[in-house]
Write a protein that binds this ligand. Sequence first.
Ligand SMILES: [Zn+2]
Length: 238
Amino acid sequence: MKITPLIFKSPYFKTAPDGASGATPVYATVEKPDRLQISTIKKALDELEDVQYLPNDLLYMQSLGANPPFKNGKEALEWIKQSKAQILYADFSNPNVHACLDYSEKDGIKILINSNYKDDCSHPDVLAISEAIFHECGHGKDYDNENSIQEELNCLSLNVLAHRFYEKKYNGVFKNSNSFLYSQGVSLYPKLFFDFYKTALKKRVADKYGYLQSGDDKHPATNLAEDIKRIYENAISV
Ligand SMILES: [Zn+2]
């Protein structure tokens, strides 16, 4: 796909972040991507295009109550082309935000990636960026700014399914990747979703997304989302 560098008239906007805890607003300054960034995004999209879910993984995620918005990586790529979503780097006011989506009817869809990752071009980094793009595509697919715990669970399932596919495809590729991007991001959720006990998963999602409604019209809440909402409400009522 063609990625057009953009200069934004008003570079600051409030946005719904993935990575920060709770409802704290995060501001993003969108950067004009340089050659290296464009090449990293291109590599990430090439990886994403080949993502297939491991068959048992998909059934497992669905049984938990997380429904991936795309059948595979190729479908997300097709959606990017068709929606004309732009993938750009941004400087976030909270450095722990991995990526976020900005949507407006007027300007369309922008997927913003934390510019701290811009020079990180190791193979695992490219894979991690592709997972972040996959997640944000899941949010973008419904063309609205509404979010819910269920929508997050569905989008998180994209990360998890892609991550496990990459681990298998590139045997042990994330083994030595311990930075924040991994430990609190792409490597964390596969661990939490596939843990026998779901306590840590529910707590984590409650901490980060519990302030959201449990479900919405396009993403009706499953029991998992309702449980997470209850955990959040119990925690704040103490
Ligand atoms: Zn999200």
